[in-house]
Design a protein around this ligand. Structure first.
Ligand code: ZN
Length: 452
């Protein structure tokens, strides 16, 4: 039994002082301060002066294991997650080998359950050559599917339109959602070829090589396929104003479409590429100024369902290059997302704490159908909590972070507000910046799947 006392509970619909009792990994009672009927507890957390949020879910991380453990592994990635206030991650399939069949889902699950500090869900890959595995991966307990429409880490070839359409028909029968890396490959390849031919090697060429139209075109195409197949879809890392407007338009036509964006798209722009160079290379790229504010507004009003970091660690040697084309894309994010959003959005008055909870916890839980087991503070739900101190100041420094490769575009940024405790199914895993729990992470398996 664990009791969290004297905190202010925050949900998207309410904010109130309460004590919470947790037993066997679930919330068992929520009451006004001092009013719990449960008296005896093995451990207590005094949350006075802080805000108690349903556990933050990062629905887009790359933890690199199996196959790329020199970049990250389940132990290091999940440690970074809980140190930053994240209680559940949804992990991407472009490992080596990719998570492209039921056996590899089970394999990755076993790797992760042996050493993850946070809970996790796994995405199954949809590629050119694994249609027959779509059903079996659902039975193995994946949370949804990931399809890359453009080239990516691991060099996974995007499926052709015919194959994708057929895959989406099969996915519709599983009841799961399929998410897309929405950049049209042909447009990217063409413009990157032209820039290289013109001799461009500067950091900004990466932005020019992946124009917004590539994102808009890809969203249009998969939304059209979703309409034809009645398949729920998701757009990963929406990066542009036009991308979001396209999603709005399809949603208005009745398509079941959810989406996410991340701190880099809300708080950085192509102007920062001058300063940060290849360190800021990511796909899709950060955009010219003028996109960040509409995306943040999308998170505030709920048109964007989730904050997701696309945590993509690489070594410093792989990242830092003079020639932008030689640098790999992606950087870490799972440990810094909570403090960045609290600092840059909540504490600047651009987003309320309740709106943050919707975007960081309830939204992703609903999109991937984990709600209310995840993403809620209510009796019977998994007892995942992220406790926030809005006043806690600090500076983002790779040397003080907990993944394998922490160097990124946020280095040196001062923040106000951070997670001061992370609780995963009733276990206090992080307290006051110290790792105090053991790796007891479990896979979140959708109800109805085999193996729960
Ligand atoms: Zn990604």
């Amino acid at each position: 039994m664990l009791i969290v006392r004297n905190g202010t509970l925050v949900t998207p619909r309410s904010m109130y002082a309460a004590d919470v009792a947790i037993d066997a990994g679930r919330f068992v009672e929520i009451a006004a301060p001092g009013q719990l009927s449960v008296r005896r507890a093995d451990d207590e957390v005094d949350a006075r002066g802080t805000y108690v949020l349903p556990g933050v879910i990062d629905s887009h991380v790359h933890f690199r294991e199996p196959g790329l453990e020199y970049k990250e592994d389940w132990e290091s990635g999940s440690r970074a997650a809980v140190m930053g206030g994240v209680t559940t991650v949804l992990e991407m399939p472009n490992t080596l080998p990719p998570t492209a069949n039921a056996q590899l889902v089970q394999h990755k699950r076993a790797l992760a359950e042996a050493k993850a500090y946070c809970d996790f869900g796994l995405y199954g890959l949809v590629a050119q050559d694994n249609l027959e595995q779509i059903g079996p991966m659902a039975e193995a307990g994946i949370v949804g599917y990931k399809c890359f429409l453009g080239e990516t880490t691991g060099n996974i070839q995007p499926p052709d339109d015919g194959t994708l359409l057929e895959a989406m028909r099969v996915i519709a029968s599983t009841g799961l959602r399929v998410g897309f890396h929405a950049e049209d490959d042909a447009i990217l390849q063409h413009s990157i070829r032209q820039l290289k031919a013109g001799g461009r090697t500067d950091a900004r060429a990466h932005v020019d090589g992946r124009p917004e139209i590539a994102e808009v075109e890809a969203i249009q195409r998969v939304a059209l396929f979703a309409m034809g197949t009645r398949t729920p879809i998701h757009i990963f890392h929406v990066s542009s104003r036009q991308g979001l407007a396209t999603i709005d338009a399809w949603r208005a036509r009745g398509i079941d479409i959810t989406c996410e964006t991340g701190p880099q798209y809300c708080f950085l722009s192509a102007d920062d590429m001058q300063r940060l160079g290849s360190l800021l290379r990511i796909n899709p790229p950060v955009r010219e100024p003028g996109h960040a504010e509409p995306l943040l507004r999308g998170l505030v009003d709920g048109r964007i369902d989730a904050i997701a970091t696309d945590h993509s660690p690489h070594t410093r040697e792989e990242k830092v290059k003079d020639d932008i084309w030689q640098a790999v894309s992606g950087f870490p994010g799972v440990e810094t997302s909570v403090r960045l959003f609290v600092s840059e959005a909540v504490n600047t008055g651009r987003m309320s704490l309740q709106q943050y909870v919707r975007a960081a916890s309830e939204g992703p839980a609903r999109a991937w159908r984990l709600y209310p087991r995840k993403g809620a503070i209510e009796v019977g739900a998994d007892a995942d909590l992220t406790i926030i101190d809005l006043q806690r100041t600090g500076t983002i420094e790779a040397a003080r972070m907990h993944g394998k490769n922490n160097y990124g575009p946020w280095e040196g940024r001062r923040t106000t507000g951070a997670a001061v405790a992370t609780i995963v199914r009733g276990q206090v895993v992080m307290r006051e910046g110290e790792l105090v729990g053991r790796p007891q992470g479990r896979m979140v398996v959708r109800q109805g799947a085999v193996g729960i």
